[in-house]
Design a binder for this molecule. Structure first.
Ligand code: ADP
Ligand code: MG
Length: 456
């Protein structure tokens, strides 16, 4: 009798679990719609595993394990909740939870993280701007999450190890995959790589007069339409994901070679990789898009007649001033719409104690603190719907203005180190994410494909 009862219970438990999963998915879909409607910033949080360097050297492995277990204060309570629990003698004990759109525990893979990001890329090709930025203290896994594990010496990342690749390379692959499903020639992709260091913007793809890549200082301006723009920024046309990755890697390596950045650790600067996707639309057929067989065939023909040559002419050193779109628009009845994917690896968010720090390190630290608090101020101003949003208080916020305040779908990926010694920084990061989540920017706008392409 007991066995039968146990069997029945087990079965009904399974049913309930299945139903719960279904309900959860429904709730998620609804929540996603709500996020979309309010123009909320999506916030995900990734807790990385404890790593050997978290604990002092000199312990045997088993001791380390033990220590790690007892010292982990941040964990994923479930896939939407971070639990911070800590009780130390002599300190007030902490037992706090934080809710986000998604929380990843230490064992969740790059694959899993990317699976949640991928839908944003579909939106990108549907005409939305998208921005994904990683926020957290140094060593919390921002670069790992955005790029993948880096090679020690040169900040580059190995392209071969596919399963370890982060969001940036995967997003690029996905973008090109999505494009390959569209009529050929109707899209093209340009990339720019920018570093913000000590409140200065460096173009990491700029070439000198001999054609050698050498980071060049640029400025960010606000255009008459109120958009932020970096004049003369190098945009390289890329035709596939591996071309893109080689470019980004070249840019990353430059971070170490650049004369003013000799000793700059990667976490001392913000990295902004931008993919600009230009969609070409035939002038007579605004509104009727690719689904229409005839249009796409004709578009196909027109585009392949007029595009490839110009694209190649401009390929190596097109700057935003002399880029192909403007010429194209003048020459043909084709219109183009640009959407933008910005991928941001922010500098470490820790507030390094200023005492004892001097010279270059002090300068770096105060610039980082200022730019990140400028970012928080901007979010605060948007949240309170103030008429003035202080984008121009730092180059970082000025550069990201359109993504943060404008019409982009924005995802903030919080990165957390679980160990107790990072408690203060982790709480700061979780606080930043919580505030970001409260920002409502109004419904995110889709770029209007029909007839409204910017004449730029
Ligand atoms: P940050 O860019 O925030 O300073 P990193 O991405 O460089 O931090 O990560 C610090 C170290 O932790 C690196 O050695 C990285 O490979 C490792 N790491 C980070 N996140 C993970 C993870 N989820 N799984 C395994 N190792 C990780
Ligand atoms: Mg880093």
């Amino acid at each position: 009798v007991f066995q039968i009862k146990a069997f029945d219970l087990e079965q009904s438990l399974q049913e309930v679990t299945e139903r719960y999963e279904k309900e959860k998915q429904k709730r998620r879909a609804l929540h996603n719609n709500l996020v979309e409607l309010r123009g909320n910033i999506r916030v995900h949080c990734r807790i990385r595993p404890s790593l050997p360097f978290d604990t002092a050297a000199g312990h045997s492995i088993s001791q380390d394990r033990q220590r790690n277990f007892s010292e982990e204060v941040a964990s994923a309570a479930d896939d939407e909740t971070v639990l911070v629990k800590c009780s130390r003698p002599g300190h007030a004990s902490i037992n706090k939870t934080f809710q986000f759109e998604r929380v990843y525990n230490a064992s969740e893979s790059q694959d899993t993280v990317f699976a949640d990001v991928a839908p944003l890329l579909t939106s990108l090709l549907d005409g939305y701007n998208v921005c994904i930025m990683a926020y957290g203290q140094t060593g919390s896994g921002k670069t790992y999450t955005m790029l993948g594990p880096q090679l020690e010496e040169n900040f580059a990342f190995p392209i071969e190890n596919e399963s370890e690749l982060g969001i940036i390379p995967r997003a690029t692959q996905e973008v090109f995959r999505l494009i390959s499903e569209k009529p050929p020639g109707s899209y093209w992709v340009e990339v720019s790589v920018v570093e913000v260091y000590n409140n200065e913007i460096f173009d990491l793809l700029a070439k000198d007069s001999c054609g050698k890549v050498s980071g060049v200082k640029r400025d960010v301006v606000t255009t008459r339409e109120g958009k932020s723009n970096v004049p003369l920024l190098t945009h390289e046309t890329v035709e596939n994901a591996s071309e893109f990755l080689h470019l980004v890697n070249k840019g990353l390596q430059l971070r170490v070679r650049h004369p003013t950045l000799v000793h700059a650790h990667s976490s001392r600067s913000h990295l902004v990789v931008t993919l600009t996707i230009t969609t070409v639309i035939s002038g007579d057929n605004f509104g009727i898009l690719w689904e229409d067989e005839q249009t796409s065939q004709r578009l196909n023909k027109e585009v392949s007649c007029t595009f490839p040559q110009k694209m190649r002419d401009n390929k190596s050193t097109s700057s935003s001033r002399a880029s192909s779109p403007a010429q194209l628009e003048a020459t043909e009845k084709l219109k183009q719409v640009k959407t933008r994917l910005q991928l941001v690896d922010l500098a470490g968010s820790e507030c390094v104690g200023m005492s004892g720090v001097t010279g270059a390190a002090l300068r770096e630290t105060s610039f980082i603190n200022r730019s990140l608090s400028a970012l928080a101020d901007v979010l605060g101003a948007i949240a309170e719907q103030r008429s003035h949003v202080p984008y121009r208080n730092s180059k970082l916020t000025h550069l990201l203005q359109d993504s943060v305040g404008g019409d982009a779908k924005l995802l903030v990926m919080l990165c957390i180190s679980p160990d107790q010694k990072y408690l203060t920084e982790s709480m700061q990061t979780l606080g930043f994410g919580t505030r970001a989540r409260q920002v409502q920017r109004g419904q995110v706008k889709k770029k209007n494909f029909p007839g409204q392409s910017k004449a730029k």
